[in-house]
Ligand binder design. Structure first.
Ligand code: GAR
Length: 216
């Protein structure tokens, strides 16, 4: 069963598809996390593992931006952080090959994109079939791609939210595993709305990993 403290009454919907992606092992699931920026989602995963809410261990953090605050957070949690700068690679496939090499080197079983701001190629997807998830700040399939929060405000929707989904080649289009709804308030800016969405991201991403790491 999912750890009780990962569930509360906020509207979150878990798709039965998530059970198709479970990893059948009693051992801690070996995670590779990819982040481009602040790393708050990285940190809630590390925290949930430390509190025994997720049966997993973080093998490595990969970050692509030298300025990413996620790297300092990894250091704080004693997680190895590897900088792979996409600017050093000729094309996306070469970059993804480097990522795959690093994930394999760290014996990663399952990949979490936690604020990863690069498009992925078949090279990465083929190396971890049905083993890569992403957190996105909208109720997919609405507002795919970058600036999802700004898109929601511009569209004047009254409810938005966040989604955890499987990663496929088409951006933000893989099977949706968990979603959580967030109201858009009349005076919301992208910052205030994103902050409330992140509260929900910090619930559903650990929840998804907890479910995925459970034995079938
Ligand atoms: C999160 O809100 C995540 O949903 C978003 O980036 C933020 C990263 O926050 N991801 C995307 O927009 C991907 N398309 P964090 O660095 O504090 O975890």
């Amino acid at each position: 069963m999912i750890h009780d403290s990962l569930i509360n009454t906020t509207a979150s919907l878990i798709s039965p598809d998530i059970y198709n992606c479970q990893v059948s092992s009693d051992k801690p699931l070996k995670l590779g996390i990819m982040a481009s920026g602040n790393g708050s989602n990285f940190e809630v995963i590390a925290q949930a593992i430390a509190e025994g809410k997720i049966n997993a261990q973080i093998q490595v953090l990969i970050y692509n931006n030298p300025e990413a605050k996620a790297a300092a957070r990894a250091e704080k949690w004693g997680v190895e952080a590897v900088l792979l700068n996409h600017r050093d690679c000729k094309n996306r496939e070469k970059f993804d090959s480097k990522i795959v090499q690093t994930l394999q080197q760290y014996d990663v079983e399952f990949v979490i994109m936690a604020g990863w701001m690069r498009l992925v190629t078949q090279v990465l997807i083929d190396a971890f079939p049905n083993r890569i998830i992403n957190i996105h700040p909208s109720l997919l399939p609405s507002f795919k791609g970058v600036q999802a929060v700004e898109q929601a405000i511009a569209a004047k929707v009254k409810i938005t939210g966040c989604s955890v989904h499987l990663v496929s080649l088409e951006v933000d289009s893989g099977e949706i595993l968990i979603q959580s709804a967030v109201p858009v308030l009349a005076n919301d800016t992208s910052e205030t709305l994103h902050a409330r969405i992140q509260v929900q991201e910090h619930r559903i991403l650990p929840m998804a990993i907890s479910l995925l790491s459970q034995r079938k």
